[in-house]
Design a protein around this ligand. Sequence first.
Ligand SMILES: [Fe+2]
Ligand SMILES: [Fe+2]
Length: 373
Amino acid sequence: MNDALIVLDDGHTPRGVVKTIPFLCRARLQPVSGFTVAQGEDARMLVLDLSLSVESNVSFIRKLFRALPDKPKIVFASKSDRQEIVQACAIGGATVLGRADPKSVINLSLRKIFRDLGDPFYQDHPNTTAAAARRVDTLFADMTQAALAEEPLPRSGITSCARNVIDAIQSEGVDSWLNAVHKHHSHTYCHSMMVSGYAAAFGEALGLDDETINILVHAGLLHDIGKVRIPLAILDKPGELETEEYELVKRHPEFGREILSTQANMDERIIEATLSHHELLDGSGYPQGLKGGQISQLVRIITICDIFAALTEERSYKEHYSRRVAYAILLEMGSKLDRELLKKFRPVAFRSEFGELRRAAKDANAPKLAASA
Ligand SMILES: [Fe+2]
Ligand SMILES: [Fe+2]
């Protein structure tokens, strides 16, 4: 199910701030002439970005609202156009937003709708874990907005969330954390939460000092921040990516470095992990093709957590693996990963199992999942 179905005038792309929605949730674009009620039923929310001065659009919206009365809806209007505003308010039953509204208004509106829909990802989990997951969820939405707007990232929020993740892992365990976050509707949020959780648990298992664990968790939260510049339609695309799409996805470490480098006092180790988490010891990684000693231990730790999280994430449109099979796949990567670290990751990987053996270890899709994590 899509988070949002954005209905557009035929031949148009999203206008104004509507453009940011596909970066904030899993959204599908639909020209008005091809719309069916079944498509609307298959979305958690409807977004109408139509010219309201066109009479047929207004009657379309009225019919749609009658067909799907309980579906949350946002109608976009140009607030400088009196006729559009009058029409939008007259339709009723929807949140009316302006195409020139600040991005934060869209962010808050989406968040409220998903919260009202009862996002289940943090319910029924221990207190510290649930509170941390809620805070990190809010942090990711804020960071996405800030990164897209090229504004400063919410640094104190990042610091306190890193602390919350560490507290949750240390008091309630990595499994509680993974169970709380692994069904989050946003793939990138879910993935980064999992990587930061594994990083906290792995740092602890390695006996690293508190400051290094803190940096690892920061790196887990931020390593894929560059993906904010890649539309979700590409990140969440079922099946094969086109060559150009894959090349764009592979630029996310550099986008991440660009975003983090502009932040005052960002720790160099976090920037390094963000840029280099897809580098592999045999030089076959990207973006720089670094080898062996050019890759720090901190980056090697994040890379293991990153690939392991990507392989075990449950997504309806992607293959995923039990922890046992995912660990076997990491072992099969041989000289690409740090063998000593990988051995020490074993107890973190197997602290418990919440998945049965689902796939054979030699599935052809595994390397691709690992390569875009
Ligand atoms: Fe990545
Ligand atoms: Fe990643």
